[in-house]
Unconditional design. Structure first.
Length: 168
């Protein structure tokens, strides 16, 4: 080798590493999304609770139940619905189809039907709450809403995502 020549350059691959702040943004966005879902579910719960507390109770009866199947390329989803009638001072009113168990996952259509027929079979008597200012507006109260546990779970996941982001 001559004195003026250098040996072969050593290979030094460029590596891209994410800094903690770069990857934390994804967790913060996930936390924001989860918290927003929690707020939506909490609002559904609050609406049902307010209807049950402030509206007039009436006797009702399930007139129809059905399962709607949404088929995708890889999976299917199942939604349960009921229709019902209820009696008020102004007469008989009908409502529906009203989606029930919005936040419950069913893995088969038979599972959705079994749950629907067990909880709300056709002909079942139920308590309905109607708006005294507009008797055609009704709610099943807490029976037709997600429980308070659903928003709490989403808030816990959101806090977990924030915790992971802060410890990156």
């Amino acid at each position: 080798m001559s004195a003026g020549r250098e040996g072969p350059a050593e290979y030094s691959p460029r590596t891209t590493t994410r800094t903690g702040s770069d990857s934390a943004w994804g967790y913060y966005l996930a936390a924001l999304f989860l918290a927003a879902l929690g707020l939506i579910f909490l609002n559904d719960f609050r609406y049902a609770l307010a209807a049950q507390r402030n509206w007039v109770p009436a006797s009702g009866r399930v007139t129809e139940n059905k399962v709607v199947v949404h088929r995708g390329r890889r999976s299917s989803s199942y939604n349960t619905f009921i229709s019902y009638t209820y009696n008020t001072d102004t007469g008989v009113h009908g409502a529906g189809p009203l989606e029930l168990n919005k936040f419950k996952l069913y893995f088969t259509e038979d599972g959705a039907w079994d749950d629907l027929r067990r909880s709300f079979p056709e002909g079942k008597s139920l308590e309905v709450y109607y708006n005294p200012g507009n008797p055609s507006e009704s709610s099943l109260g807490l029976a037709g809403a997600p429980g308070v546990a659903v928003p709490i779970v989403f808030f816990l996941f959101a806090f977990g995502a924030v915790y992971v982001a802060r410890n990156q």
